[in-house]
Design a protein around this ligand. Structure first.
Ligand SMILES: NC(=O)c1ccc[n+]([C@@H]2O[C@H](COP(=O)([O-])OP(=O)(O)OC[C@H]3O[C@@H](n4cnc5c(N)ncnc54)[C@H](OP(=O)(O)O)[C@@H]3O)[C@@H](O)[C@H]2O)c1
Length: 340
């Protein structure tokens, strides 16, 4: 650790994604130090029941063990039942707050307050939770600018899929004429099964058995998760201040056999006035569309541009680890800039 830059991290939310992030840190701390010259030190972790803080650094492996046994508050010697996330954040001395609490599209909480507090206390934020960005993207971006810190969210645009980097960075200078996105793996899986002949209920049950659909699947099958991602994409890549209510959203629950085959798609279509029409719903893709043959457990996106034509990326991912890897990618980018 002698010459490595030490970066303190507060993990707000320790569900599958937060836990996976801690597992990655536990598994490859030395490799990250060797390759990037950084020592990631988790100094706080919280879940709904409590948390644990140590500005000198917690043991990531012990955090994971404590959570497996019930709660991060069970961390030996230091965990505290009832420790609130804001207190934990302020005691953590964290340089970067990782926000990975549950989505709440009604008021964005607790994530929205976490992000506001972290940014306005001068910390960088890496977020996997879409809700704060869906409800308050312009506010949070300007808060980050005001305090001179980074707000990174690549995990919100399809897990590990590098949607943001491709759209905002790598296609710089191009006009994006249309975006076609399959960014909700659950509805894509269910609709793929329906295209293959399964009734909706059977496909949904199978998705739940595979743990890719929640017990309450409405956010996915009614299109709101895909619409949330389209809002973030529109704000961050297309530079339009879109909100959820600007998107025409249709789910997949009403479809009959005669409607199929269809693909659940988020679409942004550039209008002659430079704005974009945004919609989410089942669409029929032509056989030569880059996403027409995307396997059931995949996600993908196509940017149709004027200068380079269509550019597509896809990923076949399961479980929370790729999303945690996307958060790590954001953390390392922040570190790289800090070291310059
Ligand atoms: N799972 C994925 O593959 C994936 C992919 C892309 C994006 N995301 C997003 O990433 C975020 C994290 O995903 P996840 O699957 O880990 O979510 P999750 O299962 O909902 O876990 C959320 C974590 O946040 C904690 N939490 C909730 N409310 C809290 C509060 N008021 N104070 C402190 N902690 C609180 C929960 O505590 P308890 O553990 O005590 O319940 C849990 O540890 C979500 O917003 C999700 O939508 C997930």
């Amino acid at each position: 650790m002698a010459d490595a830059m030490r970066v303190r991290i507060a993990l707000l939310g320790f569900g599958p994604v937060g836990r996976s992030f801690a597992e990655i840190v536990a598994d490859r701390a030395s490799e990250l130090e060797r390759r990037y010259g950084v020592w990631l030190s988790i100094t706080a972790a919280v879940d709904r029941t409590g948390g644990v803080v140590d500005p000198d650094g917690l043991d990531a492996g012990l955090l994971v063990q404590a959570k497996r046994a019930g709660s991060v508050a069970g961390y030996p010697g230091k965990g505290r039942l009832g420790l609130g996330s804001l207190e934990a954040l302020s005691l953590s001395h964290a340089d970067i707050a990782l926000e990975a609490t549950s989505v709440n599209l009604k008021d964005g909480e607790p994530g929205l307050t976490h992000v506001r507090m972290a940014l306005s206390s001068g910390r960088h934020v890496v977020i996997a939770n879409k809700a704060p960005l869906v409800l308050a993207y312009p506010e949070l971006l300007s808060l980050a600018r005001r305090y001179g810190v980074a707000l990174k969210f690549s995990a919100t645009l399809g897990g590990s899929l590098p949607t943001y980097n491709l759209g905002a960075r790598d296609l710089a200078g191009c006009v994006i004429e249309r975006v076609d996105a399959i960014l909700n793996g659950t509805s894509h899986y269910i609709l793929s099964r329906m295209n293959a002949g399964d009734p909706y209920e059977t496909a949904l049950r199978e998705a739940q058995r595979l743990e890719i659909a929640e017990r309450d699947p409405r956010l996915d099958v009614e299109g709101w998760d895909a619409a949330s991602k389209l809002v973030i994409l529109a704000n961050s890549i297309l530079n339009i201040p879109a909100r959820l209510e600007d998107i025409a959203v249709t789910g997949i629950t009403h479809l009959g056999r005669e409607d199929l085959p269809l693909t659940m798609l988020g679409v942004a279509l550039r209008r002659p006035d430079g704005g974009y029409t945004l919609k989410v719903g089942p669409e029929r893709l032509s056989q030569d569309h880059p996403l027409a043959h995307l396997p059931p457990l995949s996600m993908g996106i196509v940017f149709h541009t004027d200068l380079v034509g269509p550019m597509a990326i896809t990923v076949n991912e399961r479980g929370p680890k790729p999303t945690a890897a996307a958060m790590l990618r954001d953390v390392l980018e922040i570190v790289r800039k800090e070291k310059k």
